[in-house]
Structure formats: C-alpha cells, structure tokens
Design a protein around this ligand. Structure first.
Ligand code: CP3
Length: 342
C-alpha cells in the first residue's frame, strides 16, 4: 500500500497494519539542509518562491519515510494577504506590521476576494509538489484557525497573555466578529485554492484555541472553524489541530472534520475511545522525546503504538511541532518504530 493510500485510509478510519506517519514542522530548523536553504534565501523568500517552498517541503521526504508531505509556508500569509505583514523578532517570535487597534483598521483589511490572487504562489508551490510526489505521498495543505490568526493580528505578534484579543472579544463582539468573519471567508477561499492545486487533506492549526475560556471556545474559535469545514467539498479530509483544547474534542469531532490532531496532554487511546468511530485521531508524542536519544524515541513511539493497537483511525505524529534542536537520529528511530510496527 503506498503512503498516500495509507494516509487517506487512516483519515477514513479503515483498519491498517500500521498507522501513517508525518510530523508537524517536519520541514524546519532541525534539518541541516533546511538551515542551509534559509541562510541563503531567508524564510519569507522561501515561502514566496514556489520552487524554494517545494524544495523545503521535499527535504524531509527525501531523508525519512514520511507518508505525507506538508506544504512549506506559514499561517501568517493570510494576515499578510489582507494587508498586515509579518516579520520575526530578534529574540524569537513573530512581530506583525502594526497591531489592529480599532474597528477602522479591521474594516480596512482585505478585500477577502483578493487573497487567493495574492497567494497564488502557494497554489504554484502546491502544484509543483503534487507533480514531484506523483501520488507517492499524501500532500497536506494547511492554515491557521481564524481565532489563532486573530491573536497575532490583534496582539501585534506573539503574545504572553492574549489580553488584547480577549479584550476585543469581551468588549466589542461586533468588531471581533467582523475580523473573524473576514478571516473565515479568506480561509475558505484559500483552502479551496489549495484543494484545487492538489491538496489531499488540510490541517487547520488552532494553536491558541486553549487560551480562551472554555465557555467561550465555541464563540471565539470553534464556530468559525465549523463554518470553514462546512464550506469544504463533502467528505474532504480536514484535520483540526488544537493545543490545550482537550476539553473540546467532542465538539471538534462534530464539526464534520475527519481527523482531530491531539496535543501531548491527552491520553490518545482514551481520546480514541471517547470519539465517534468515524473520526480519526492524529498524534501525539511529546516533541521533546526527539531531543533525547534514539533508544528513548523508539521506545516511546512503540509505547504509543501499543496503546493504540487495534484502533482504526490513527495518524502517527507529535503533539506539537518538532523543536529546532531535535536530533535526526531520534526522528529516524521514530520512523523505524512506526514502519516496522507489527
Ligand atoms: O510543518 C511544516 O513542516 C510546514 C511548515 C509550517 C511552518 N509554520 C513553517 C515555519 C507550518 C505548518 C507552520 C504553521 C504555524 N506558523 C503555526 C501553527 C503551528 C504551530 O506550531 O502551532 C504558527 C503558530 C505559526 C506562526 C509562526 N511561524 C511561529 C510562531 C514561528 C516561530 C517564530 C520563531 O520564534 O522562530 C514561525 C516561523 C516558522 N514557520 C518557522 C518554520 C519552519 C521557523 C522559521 C525559521 O526557520 O527560523
């Protein structure tokens, strides 16, 4: 069974001899060839140049037996296409150009209709990847959730307390809804473009879904994700990744998403048992396991696989992105453990 078929079978909760595997941020700084490409061109140029983005996506595929390739890009291309660019802070983290401080700045974003044209380089990168993979691996597209994007846009970058975006939510709901509505419309068009260019599945990163009060998760984040899922072609695999949203897994499962990507704080086998049988789960090794030793990485991978034995609908992954100081030998050990699993 080839990797793409294996990945799609897992999304459809069909029984498999072993789960498909990929890891979040598999194209990134832990790879020497990525660091070299980035030293030469810079991150933003890599994102905007289809050949370079496709090359970065292919680097982990050439080195490891991953069953899926993920488009090399960033969730922040959407704010950028709406008129709010991004850069990186010296000390780490994101700095947005401006901070959205009032309603008129939110009204000025857009138009949403121009997003796909401004991000046509993403469709080109996707098409290049599709051709290069030739159906051998699944090809994943992605984007941020409307809420997670709004945190960067309203906070003006990476945040510690998310106080500004929460204040907007609590103090001026119509303006909050205006922003989230624009992001939702943009993401629907963007994901349709990615699907048109060959994406086999799309992951929505709700990285900051866990920072809003549990009682407000629906209004601040999930209802917008649900609207996106509803606008996708019937049955197309959407993966929802939430960090700190373990309390909302059942609600996420009823959005129509086919796969829930689960962070490391949840017991994956318990999550599997608690969800409807037609919803697959993805995850959820702690990324720091890949900073230890190959022996430990292999052991922990097998322990997770053992806990999932007999459960259909599992895609092996980490609970969050691989860390820049992860060891290549540990990634190899993870892949060996999965591909030799019996
Ligand atoms: O997974 C992959 O291999 C695909 C590439 C990918 C990137 N960003 C490339 C990237 C994906 C899926 C993302 C998503 C993304 N971007 C998220 C959601 C995923 C998550 O981790 O929760 C978020 C929150 C962002 C915003 C963002 N971009 C952050 C917080 C950072 C790190 C900033 C820092 O301090 O370094 C980025 C930069 C970024 N995006 C890198 C990569 C490989 C690192 C840039 C570098 O090489 O220095």
């Amino acid at each position: 069974m080839n990797s793409r078929d294996r990945f799609l079978a897992a999304c459809a909760c069909q029984p498999l001899d072993r789960p498909p595997v990929w890891i979040m941020r598999q194209a990134g700084r832990y790879l020497p060839e990525y660091r070299e490409l980035k030293a030469k061109h810079g991150f933003l140029k890599m994102v905007r140049t289809p050949e370079l983005a496709a090359e970065a996506s292919m680097q982990p595929i050439r080195r490891f037996a991953f069953d899926a390739a993920i488009l090399f890009s960033d969730i922040l291309v959407i704010p950028e296409a709406l008129g709010q660019g991004y850069t990186f802070r010296e000390e780490g983290g994101i700095a947005m150009e401006r901070r959205l401080e009032n309603r008129s700045m939110i009204e000025a974003l857009g138009p949403e209709g121009a997003v796909t044209e401004r991000l046509s380089y993403v469709a080109e990168a996707m098409a290049l990847l599709k051709r290069e993979l030739a159906g051998s691996r699944a090809l994943l597209g992605f984007g941020g959730s409307p809420w997670t994007l709004a945190t960067y846009m309203v906070e003006g970058g990476s945040s510690e307390d998310f106080a500004r975006v929460k204040a907007l939510y609590y103090e001026d709901r119509p303006t909050f809804d205006l922003l989230l509505g624009k992001l939702t419309a943009s993401l629907i068009a963007y994901f349709k473009m990615q699907i048109g260019a060959g994406a086999d599945a799309i992951q929505i990163f709700d990285t900051w879904g866990g920072v809003i009060a549990g009682a407000d998760y629906e209004a601040a984040s999930l209802r917008w994700i649900r609207a996106i899922v509803a606008a996708m072609p019937e049955g197309f695999p959407i993966i929802i990744y939430g960090k700190g949203t373990g309390a909302h897994l059942i609600d996420q499962a009823f959005t129509g998403a086919r796969v829930l990507s689960v962070d490391g704080s949840n017991d994956l086998a318990g999550v599997r048992r608690s969800l409807p049988e037609n919803v697959a789960v993805q995850g959820n090794l702690d990324p720091t396991i890949l900073n230890t030793t190959p022996e430990i990485a292999g052991r922990e991978t097998r322990r997770l696989l053992e806990s999932m034995r007999g459960s259909a609908g599992h895609i092996m992954n980490l609970g969050h992105g691989i860390l820049p100081n992860a060891k290549i030998g540990c990634v190899e050990a993870l892949l060996d453990a999965v591909t030799s699993w019996k």
